[in-house]
Design a protein around this ligand. Structure first.
Ligand SMILES: [Zn+2]
Length: 335
């Protein structure tokens, strides 16, 4: 059995495990059953095509954030040599390139980054690579500007946290698959088949999270987090979203910001606020303290994965695992 077949079957099993907890609901959900059959068809179809693909292990791909590393892994599997700069828990707003990173960029055949100024401290390096004519792609270029959330307070006027709108992330996935297919045309079928398979997995995950979110009445859909990473999520699923720090963790929360948000929590009887794995907890603790001084108590509802995925040995180490984990944490804490 070759690596690609193992890769696809592993992916399929991962999805079965993720979805497993929700099997009880399946008899109520004909749509889910259809999706399972689509999975099976795609898996067997793509396994058959696999034998025709020429091996090419040479392509070196470098990615910045853990979300993009996972995306390339899902599409390219073992066909490329993949290196992600940022590890789990690293904040992309603050990340500075090391000498080793610069060497990786210089040796790379393709570089994928988020863009929209998410990797604010790598901009100079991207410009240098551009001048050298590297295959350097901002995945946000795969998304029409009209679908982005504008923000006057952020460097280039758009909110860069595009992965929290699943529809936008699917466009990013297509962008990545098409770039890989163009540059490495001998593996074109492999990348494009994987894209179809991956988009089906994402759709299935989105059905699950929509079902989960429906457990939460509209008036309880208030998501307060350490920084403003969840605006796309809020727009997609009708949550009021507020972050203590701005869109970038570079901007510090002032005493005034803390007071304002504490007043909002008290007035709206918000039960829980959320910390983020890539942002220090101290500001959220200051917020809880401020709420307490007004005679109320707000819990920490859990730790969300915002600008970084979890460890790769956990389900939250993938994009799909991360969104399911976040939604379960948010809904269970706010119910
Ligand atoms: Zn952020």
């Amino acid at each position: 059995m070759d690596f690609d077949l193992i890769f696809r079957l592993r992916n399929f099993i991962e999805v079965l495990v993720l979805v497993g907890g929700h099997l009880i609901n399946i008899k109520k959900n004909i749509k889910m059953i259809t999706i399972f059959f689509v999975f099976l068809m795609i898996v067997f179809n793509s396994c058959r095509n696999d034998n025709e693909i020429t091996k090419n292990k040479g392509l070196k791909v470098v990615t910045t954030t853990t979300m993009i590393t996972d995306l390339v892994r899902q599409i390219a599997g073992e066909k490329v040599e993949l290196k992600g700069l940022m590890k789990s828990g690293v904040d992309p707003h603050l990340y500075k390139a090391t000498e080793g990173d610069v060497n990786l960029f210089l040796e790379a055949d393709i570089i994928f980054y988020n863009g929209l100024h998410l990797e604010g401290k790598l901009v100079e390096l991207f410009e240098k690579m551009n001048k050298r004519g590297r295959n350097l792609f901002a995945i946000s270029d795969g998304i029409p500007k009209s679908l982005l959330i504008s923000s006057s307070e952020f460097a280039n006027n758009y909110d860069p946290h595009i992965w929290f709108d699943i529809g936008l992330w699917k466009k990013a996935a297509s962008f990545v698959a098409n770039k890989l297919a163009n540059i490495d045309s001998s593996n074109k079928d492999f990348y494009l088949n994987n894209l179809i398979f991956y988009l089906a997995q994402i759709d299935s995950a989105e059905n699950l999270i929509k079902e989960k979110i429906n457990e939460l009445p509209k008036e309880k859909r208030i998501l307060i987090t350490a920084h403003d990473a969840f605006s796309y999520f809020g727009r997609a699923y009708d949550f009021k979203v507020m972050g203590l720090q701005g869109i970038s963790t570079l901007s510090e929360a002032s005493v005034f910001d803390v007071q304002n948000l504490a007043n909002f929590i008290v007035e709206n009887d918000v039960k829980a606020v959320f910390v983020e794995t890539s942002v220090p907890i101290k500001n959220i603790e200051a917020l809880r303290q401020s709420v307490r001084s007004k005679g109320k108590e707000v819990r920490i509802g859990g730790e969300l994965f915002s600008d970084s995925l979890g460890n790769t040995d956990k389900p939250e180490g993938t994009y799909i695992g991360m969104i399911i984990y976040n939604v379960n944490t948010i809904v269970n804490s706010l119910k």
